[in-house]
Design a protein around this ligand. Structure first.
Ligand code: ZN
Length: 429
């Protein structure tokens, strides 16, 4: 007999079925077996979820797990342990590893390693071009067969327009998602923070917002021709939000994602030369931040992601100009999105869960994102009122690079269930 778990009395939110009510969820084995009154009865384990939200497992479609090649920063094991602690039941990992995920062999390596060590589901994203160098197309067809769910050269945008169009056409043949890190490097070389007053005052070289906007603009023109499902990674600039909004109004299959840092922090954070505020795309202006919030509010930006980018301490201590880009995010995303979006009433809970689960599941074409009977038992239990303080030292990630260390926050994952197995339970509850 399969093991059963009854989650009793929580506020069950499933945007895919427009459910938002206090009820029960029954898990049998690795599937959702019943919802509502049918769920009542005996079970091997009963979880009292009163006061908690019961939602489809959160899915982060933009994560750097660093394995293979950079295991000093993160591994599939530690990255997914961090993900589970953040309430995520699945992550999609970017291909900027060493070697990069640019052929079926690396995709298979990630999936095999995940099977042995991961705490969540792992969906590899394949590179678009060999070595992510933007010249020759990678083995996209073979990677699809091996299990790549989407394609991106993340960390790099494809500069060569011809290569980009060919990559789009190829990806569209397999109906996979094309994810672009929008950055025209001819405008950003050597830059370390947003182009603006703060950079001028500090005398630091900059990454202007138009570097993002110009590539998104070109890409939308190309995507219209290629018929590809096109997704802008980590939107940070007001101009990009406008472009995506207009493309969607036209009916194009264009989508976008945003990270918590671009909804909460601005370029002034860099004034103290804290390398944990150095990321790419960089923290931008207050008007860019407002535009991103507005994009989330009106549905232009449908996905919330972390861009979890672990870096070892010694490298982040090199000083602002020399330190590598990126911050970790898996263990802080949920309370930070609560602060940025729920507390400010940009989104209600069902829409937040849609953006952190249902929407990424649909874009990637992966299971989950819903609590349908017969579907996978990937469930996140959220304590929306828990007050706690972010403490980088207590994180499961191997790295500590976060600008949110010490922030008092509200809301956290209470339990994370992946395929019917409890993978995380908050301490002290
Ligand atoms: Zn990127």
């Amino acid at each position: 007999m399969s093991r059963s778990i009854l989650i009793r009395g929580g506020r069950v939110i499933d945007p895919s079925q427009e459910i938002d009510e206090r009820t029960d969820v029954l898990i049998v084995g690795d599937q959702i077996a019943a919802l509502g009154r049918e769920a009542a009865g005996a079970a091997d384990e009963v979880i009292d979820a009163s006061g908690w939200l019961v939602t489809p497992g959160l899915i982060d479609m933009h994560v750097h797990l660093r394995e293979p090649g950079y295991e000093d920063k993160e591994t599939i094991e530690t990255g997914t342990a961090a993900a589970a602690a953040g309430g995520f039941t699945a992550v999609a990992c970017m291909p900027n590893t060493d070697p990069p995920l640019h052929s079926d062999a690396e995709i298979e390596f990630v999936l095999r390693t995940a099977e042995l060590t991961a705490q969540t589901r792992v969906y590899p994203i394949g590179a678009l071009t060999k070595n992510r160098a933007g010249q020759q197309l990678a083995e996209i067809g073979l990677m699809v067969k091996a299990g790549a769910v989407a394609f991106s050269d993340d960390g790099e945008g494809i500069a060569d327009t011809g290569v980009c169009l060919r990559a789009m056409s190829y990806v569209s043949q397999f109906d996979r998602l094309f994810i672009q890190h929008c950055e025209d490097k001819s405008l950003t070389r050597g830059g370390c923070m947003n182009a603006g007053l703060t950079a001028t005052r500090l005398g630091l070289p900059a990454l202007p917002a138009i570097a993002e906007v110009i590539m998104a603009q070109r890409d939308i023109t190309l995507a219209r021709q290629a018929g590809v499902r096109y997704h802008v990674a980590h939107v940070s600039a007001a101009g990009t939000v406008d472009l995506v909004r207009r493309a969607r109004q036209e009916g194009l299959p264009v989508s976008a994602e945003v990270c918590p840092q671009h909804l909460l922090l601005t370029e002034e954070m860099c004034a103290r030369y804290d390398a944990n505020c150095k990321m790419n795309p960089p923290l931008r202006s207050q008007s860019d931040l407002q535009a991103c919030l507005e994009g989330v509010r009106d549905g232009t930006i449908g996905c919330l992601v972390t861009d979890h980018a672990p870096q070892v301490n010694s490298e982040k201590e090199l000083g602002f100009q020399d330190a590598p880009f990126g911050i970790i995010g898996l263990e802080t995303a949920l309370p930070l999105f609560i602060r940025a979006l729920i507390e400010s009433e940009v989104l209600d809970w069902p829409r937040l869960i849609a953006a952190m689960s249902t929407c990424p599941a649909q874009l990637l074409g992966v299971p989950g994102g819903m609590l349908k009977v017969g579907g996978p038992a990937d469930v996140t239990l959220i304590d929306p009122e828990a007050e706690w303080t972010i403490d980088a030292e207590r994180m499961r990630s191997k790295s500590r690079n976060t600008p949110f260390d010490g922030w008092p926050v509200r809301g956290r994952a209470a339990m994370t269930i992946v395929g019917g197995e409890l993978r995380y339970r908050v301490q002290g509850n």
